[in-house]
Write a protein that binds this ligand. Structure first.
Ligand code: NAD
Ligand code: MG
Length: 384
């Protein structure tokens, strides 16, 4: 029996690479659900190619177009955010790949866990916003959360065979992004075009900006803490510009295990699908003759204030990670629309963290309200 995969966000960077993996191993996997936000033409092309059971377009205004374009095929067509929560619960679904971006991933992920579906998690914002709640739900429903983020997949791979051996420390590597060597002065001038040119990875726009500002690494510390049940103090961010070591785990005897590979997201995506097996692939291999040096440095939280703010959100706990996520989504989008400068993003985020209502023990409803409030506050700092 083929594993039936529901891909939330199939038109994005992770989604399209997941479809490559499925195509490559069509004897093992099939795309059962495909979804998109606005990119209806791409979704139509994917649906015609992969013939899934169902498709969802989140943007309801595009529903008629989608329905008409697929009318000759036996594909169920839905629209809206609620449909995303529904399709993942369908009986035949074996794995849900959360490859959509932002807070929008939270509700469908919860819905999938409640339906006992294993999660291949790319949507890190879900764990940033509500990691504690997701952790508790996954335990209650006995659902595995398989990391897709390259660092977390690396850590997960290092932990295979280590049951009962405590983690002393996680070494979470970071490329440092395109502005790693820039001075603070230079950072005042950087443009979105520069920020969108990541040195090692080709990804969606939001995460590429988060990587340039290093907010992404702060979010990944939060993600790692919930995925691997460690204290934030046990996670060390290590800048490693070559992105060859995807992360490492240090055990109590001092031994360190690392996972290495080319910067290619298809490897962690495929591993999340195939775990505990490894499948043959033709993805490019590392040639150590060509990569002469692997270097390491500590992150500069003075220069990259978003990383310092993320550490602050971790320290405060409660709904502060949800606040920083919402503020960052607004600031990130504003930067992409030339409405705020690169460094201005940190000001928006910091001010939102100061003004939004703090809740020490948030419920699900609190997270929804916090997200709304923090977005409203962050938006008020953006000059149009
Ligand atoms: P992307 O922007 O390329 O794609 C996002 C996908 O989500 C698209 O299919 C889009 O249609 C859909 N989407 C966006 N907003 C939506 C909404 N409100 N409702 C429903 N669908 C929506 O993003 P990406 O780079 O593929 O990243 C996806 C997730 O994976 C993010 O959480 C990101 O942090 C994480 N991630 C990505 C990479 C990478 O290499 N791209 C690596 C690690 C983690
Ligand atoms: Mg990552």
């Amino acid at each position: 029996m083929k594993k039936k995969i529901a891909i939330l966000g199939s038109t994005g960077s992770i989604g399209t690479q997941a479809l490559q993996v499925i195509e490559e191993h069509s004897d093992l996997y099939e795309a059962y659900v495909l979804t998109a936000n606005h990119q209806v033409d791409k979704l139509i092309a994917q649906a015609r190619k992969f013939c899934p059971e169902a498709v969802v377009i989140a943007d309801e205004s595009l529903y008629p177009k989608l329905q008409e374009a697929l009318a000759d095929l036996p594909i169920k067509v839905y629209c809206g955010a609620e449909a995303l929560c529904q399709v993942v619960t369908e009986d035949p679904v074996d794995i849900v790949l959360t490859a959509l971006v932002g807070f929008a991933g939270l509700r469908p992920t919860i819905s999938a866990i409640r339906a006992h579906k294993p999660i291949a998690l790319a949507n890190k914002e879900t764990l940033v916003v509500a990691g504690e709640l997701i952790d508790a739900l996954a335990a209650e429903y006995n659902v595995p959360i398989l990391p897709v983020d390259s660092e977390h997949s690396a850590i997960f791979q290092c932990l295979v065979g280590e049951i009962g051996n405590p983690i002393e420390k996680i070494l979470l590597t970071a490329s440092g992004g395109p502005f790693r060597t820039f001075t603070k002065e230079q950072l005042t001038q950087v443009t979105k075009e520069q920020a969108l040119k990541h040195p090692n990875w080709s990804m969606g726009a939001k995460i590429t900006i988060d990587s340039a500002s290093m907010m992404n690494k702060g979010f990944e510390v939060m993600e790692a803490r919930w995925l691997f049940g460690v204290k934030p103090e046990q996670i060390e961010v290590l800048v490693h510009p070559q992105s060859i070591i995807h992360s490492a785990v240090q055990f109590e005897d001092g031994a360190i295990k690392a996972q290495l590979g080319m910067p290619d997201m298809r490897i962690p995506i495929q591993y999340a699908f195939s775990y505990p097996d490894r499948l043959r692939s033709d993805f490019p291999r590392i040639d150590f003759g060509l990569c002469r040096q692997l270097t390491f440095e500590h992150p500069d939280t003075e220069k990259f204030r978003n990383l310092a703010l993320a550490f602050e959100a971790i320290r405060r706990g409660g709904n502060m990670p949800c606040i920083i996520n919402a503020a960052n989504e607004i600031a990130n989008a504003a930067f992409l629309h030339d409405e705020v400068s690169f460094l201005g993003m940190s000001d928006v985020i910091e001010q939102t963290m100061q003004q939004a209502s703090f809740i020490q023990k948030p419920t699900f409803d609190d997270y929804m309200e916090t997200d709304r409030e923090a977005r409203r506050i962050a938006q008020s700092f953006i000059k149009k």
